[in-house]
Design a protein around this ligand. Structure first.
Ligand SMILES: [Zn+2]
Length: 278
């Protein structure tokens, strides 16, 4: 049993590694290929291996086609490999607070997705960069994130830090893991001071709790394997949409959408509402 799981893991990692290294050739690993190297060797992506210079000027350029200061998430799904290995090497906890006040995920009651986790911080508490990287966005959004930062990291992740009282770094600035980047706050759409923390890959939000264990102030894993097939997918309702049209657009079924959102087939959906579609 264990061997079977291990074999499947290794195969998955081979595919993920080839995808991570060569986005355009996802069929590069032949189906008959067997991999006998220890898992640690397989897991170490070449661009992060010891002795190899990590380019902080263009972090994770193997994944991201461009560097732009414009949007938090405006990426083409087509660039997303089936799996990506994300190394937690060199991580730093963004806050020393251990109190999670809101989890990641979809809330049927509020008909919206919470694409990060909330950690209780006091106004003025130091917020630190989770990894080495380059600040892509340093901005203020009155109705949303408040003062917020987006940092791109060489491991492929982008981290988002919201509701800050103050930003300490500017766009295109290079930061190192643990550097103070902002102060905790209560700006934007926020009730009570907290850090809203997101982890994304090519715009796709991943539950940060799968990588960062705030209560225990440690990383959950050495390597997190992101898989396109197991991610949560959300859709914003547009004018003229019906549940069946949304199902077709997202290659799913009305029944699945109803189940994921805790709604009935006859539920009234509103323009701008977020639905989980996978
Ligand atoms: Zn939040």
């Amino acid at each position: 049993m264990y061997m079977r799981i291990a074999k499947r893991m290794v195969l998955l990692l081979c595919v993920a590694l080839s995808a991570a290294l060569n986005v355009t050739a996802q069929d590069a690993v032949p189906a008959h290929m067997t991999w006998v190297q220890p898992m640690e060797r397989v897991l170490q992506p070449a661009h992060l291996s010891a002795g190899m210079a990590v380019d902080l000027d263009t972090p994770a350029s193997y994944l991201y086609p461009e560097w732009s200061n414009q949007y938090v998430h405006n990426f083409n799904d087509a660039n997303l490999p089936d799996s990506v290995i994300i190394s937690m090497k060199g991580y730093f906890m963004p806050t020393d607070s251990t109190r999670i006040t809101d989890k990641f995920g979809y809330r049927p009651r509020r008909a919206r997705a919470h694409l990060g986790i909330d950690i209780k911080v006091k106004i003025g508490d130091t917020i630190r960069a989770a990894f080495d990287g380059k600040v892509r966005i340093s901005r203020y959004e009155r109705r949303g994130y408040g003062h917020y930062l987006v940092i791109r990291h060489p491991n492929g992740l982008e981290t988002v830090y919201g509701h800050l009282s103050k930003k300490l770094v500017g766009e295109n600035e290079i930061v190192h893991a643990g550097d103070p980047i902002g102060l905790g706050g209560n700006t934007g759409r926020s009730t009570g001071s907290h850090l809203h923390f997101e982890t994304r890959i090519l715009g796709q939000a991943i539950n940060p709790a799968l990588m960062f264990d705030f209560p225990h102030q440690t990383a959950v894993t050495d390597y997190y394997v992101y898989s396109k097939n197991t991610r949560e997918v959300y859709y914003k309702v547009r004018s003229g949409d019906t549940l069946s049209r949304i199902a077709i657009k997202n290659e799913t079924t009305v029944a699945n959408i109803c189940k994921l959102n805790g709604i009935s087939r006859n539920a009234i959906i509103k323009v701008g509402q977020t639905l989980r579609v996978n």
